[in-house]
Design a protein around this ligand. Structure first.
Ligand SMILES: [Zn+2]
Length: 367
């Protein structure tokens, strides 16, 4: 009954979106090297969660499974893992969230397009993904627009779309200063973080991100929590990050920023923290390095997903309810001959309105 209800609404939303004419994949001038066959963000991340089947939040579909994955794994209890009293339910940005009855771990695979998982499943490489899909809940959803990392990570941790939480890109033209600015500071957020609000009520909350650009936003207003980025794990202090000497704590050396290992460091940190700290809620945000570089079913992509799969198994074996989602999908932005499929928007606008009259910025920019 609940499943049917959810599915009906979900299909209707998808239908509404599909009825609109989505533009072909186009790009404006891109500061990244344009190599043949390059891959970029697109709609349709994967969303799945293991163990619990309950999803009663009928009004929270709009953001897709990114949020559903988090919400559906929260259930009622009176005592936190740390043994503290807490409300049975809290309200964040107008929505009610039940207190988790056991540790909840939400993993976000950056650029986690379903095609990668399907390719691994087809070869029987991902037993834990498969088990979650069989015994839990799985679906493909559209992400929040724009389909970029920062807006969608913030949608997951606030439960509201970018039009409400204010993180409209990775990068924007600040109307106050006239400067092109990274959107990586909490001052740009207009909504409360679910992570922070749970911590304010005594939950032990953990937020670990691969990329440092999300660290400040994910850790914003966390009370007595643990929060750091794999990218700067060598700079952890107990005062700033909740644990000191993260490299020793996790038991791995500092990963290269441009490697799949950056994500595996985050997952290893999640396992160690789950074992040692009795957390209530853990958010682990991975990197999209592999997905940008390798297509679904490639040796490198399969190896990465096999490693992620093992971590999902370890997290579940430690008693956590595990939710998994992506922030957006990923696909080729090339013509059949491998050349980049690009429209240089600034050139077109200059032709139409004259040079210097308009200014194009690239909200995907991630220097
Ligand atoms: Zn991303």
């Amino acid at each position: 009954m609940i499943r049917e209800h959810f599915q009906n609404h979900f299909d209707r939303d998808l239908g509404a979106i599909n009825d609109r004419t989505l533009p072909r994949d186009t790009m404006i001038r891109n500061p990244m090297p344009l190599t043949p066959g390059f891959r970029l963000e697109t709609l349709s991340p994967l969303g799945l969660c293991g163990v619990d089947r309950v999803y009663t939040n009928r009004n929270r579909r709009a953001l897709g499974l990114a949020v559903v994955a988090l919400l559906t794994n929260l259930s009622t209890s009176q005592i936190s893992a740390a043994g503290q009293d807490h409300p049975q339910q809290i309200t964040v940005n107008g929505k009610n969230y039940n207190w988790p009855k056991r540790p909840v771990v939400v993993v976000l695979i950056d650029g986690g397009d379903p095609a990668y998982v399907n390719a691994g499943l087809a070869q029987g490489l991902l037993p834990h993904f498969q088990r979650f899909m069989n015994d839990g809940f799985v679906s493909v959803a559209l992400d929040a627009m724009p389909s970029l990392t920062n807006p969608n990570n913030v949608s997951v941790i606030t439960g509201v779309p970018p039009s409400v939480h204010g993180i409209s890109g990775n990068f924007f033209l600040n109307p106050v200063t006239g400067q092109e600015t990274m959107m990586d500071q909490p001052e740009f957020m207009r909504a409360d973080s679910i992570l922070a609000r749970f911590s304010e009520h005594g939950a032990k909350v953990v937020a670990v991100t691969a990329k440092n650009k999300l660290a400040k936003i994910l850790g914003y207003k966390l009370r007595n929590g643990i929060s750091f980025s794999a990218e700067e794990a060598d700079k952890c202090t107990r005062k700033e990050n909740g644990i000191g000497d993260c490299l020793a704590y996790v038991g791995k050396s500092l990963p290269n920023e441009y490697s799949g290992d950056l994500s595996l460091f985050v997952l290893e940190a999640g396992v160690k923290i789950l074992q040692r700290e009795k957390p209530d809620l853990i958010y682990l945000s991975l990197s999209d390095y592999i997905q940008h570089k390798y297509p679904p079913g490639s040796k490198e992509a399969n190896e990465f997903y096999v490693a992620v799969d093992k971590y999902l198994g370890r997290l579940a074996a430690l008693g956590a309810t595990v939710g998994l989602t992506g922030d957006h999908g990923m696909n080729d932005k090339s013509n059949a001959d491998g050349s980049p499929n690009i429209v240089f928007l600034q050139d077109l606008l200059d032709q139409e309105f004259g040079s210097g009259k308009t200014r194009v910025i690239l909200p995907i920019t991630d220097p």
